[in-house]
Write a protein that binds this ligand. Sequence first.
Ligand code: NAP
Length: 321
Amino acid sequence: MNLTAENHRVPLSDGNSIPLLGLGTYADPQKTPKGSCLESVKIAIDTGYRHIDGAFVYYNEHEVGQAIREKIAEGRIKREDIFYCGKLWNTCHPPELVRPTLEKTLKILQLDYVDLYIIELPMAFKPGDAIYPKDENGKIIYHETDLCATWEAMEACKDAGLAKSIGVSNFNRRQLEMILNKPGLKYKPVSNQVECHPYFTQPKLLEFCRQHDILIVGYSPLGTSRDETWVNVSSPPLLEDPVLNAIGKKYNKTAAQVALRFSIQRGVVVIPKSFNPQRIRENFQIFDFSLTEKEMKEIEALNKNVRYVELLMSAMFGENA
Ligand code: NAP
């Protein structure tokens, strides 16, 4: 596959396509100055990024939408050049809430459709205004919903043209199988967004998804922001890894560029987050070199099978792998 800065789209099983590199946009809203996301998405688009990953719960979707619309108005891009992925939050799983939730997202973005809409997590929370509904003991209040019914409502969003493609996130094999084996399934999930990087390479899930034509979108591809409130920081920083740095030295690239290149060479979509202009550009410079088979194997061997996003996953939801 010839991946270039200008064209690094890969096909999705429903006939659409997705750029292998996207900009992640999650940043702690308490610590991030307003407008940072807007500026970063604009810089990313000017740099050549055509894929933006966002979510209602990142509280900056309005800035993402504004950046896209400004760049369209400037004539730099057309709407169809951009691939935007939005996410259905846990409190919105009941089927009757799915379409109104997506419509709310579209209103925030001020766009007519998203390119990909995904179920953010396979667990449902009690519907309502609280994003993390909790009982008097501070425990999350879960909600019983049928994931298959939620999926049918996602299918209806695709049929209505509100989402060009539909997928999932943080689904394990069993949860994927539940959807794939659903009687009357109309559309398969085109993608599964999960943590994926050299320290957590997800070989089994990757193979399962390959067999079912489900693309893996790797989040935290640089090893996260190491925010102790939701990241397991006892695992060493990915970007300090000696192997990634040594390989980078050979190509005059950084460990971040090597980590991203490794993932896209495995066919894993990457969505590194940066709100720093220099690093936004750095993360895009991954199409002018390639890793040898030996280097790919060396990096694969770094897998520790330990997630950084373990705290969020296991403390709140129970082990999800
Ligand atoms: P990440 O992309 O692995 O890492 C982001 C951190 O790395 C930020 O602190 C960023 O800081 C820094 N950084 C970026 N480029 C760098 C470079 N070239 N060199 C050194 N440091 C660099 O982590 P992430 O934000 O956890 O994951 C990426 C995206 O995936 C998120 O933004 C979000 O869109 C998505 N995500 C989805 C889920 C889900 O459940 N579906 C979960 C987690 C994340 P600066 O901004 O200062 O550059």
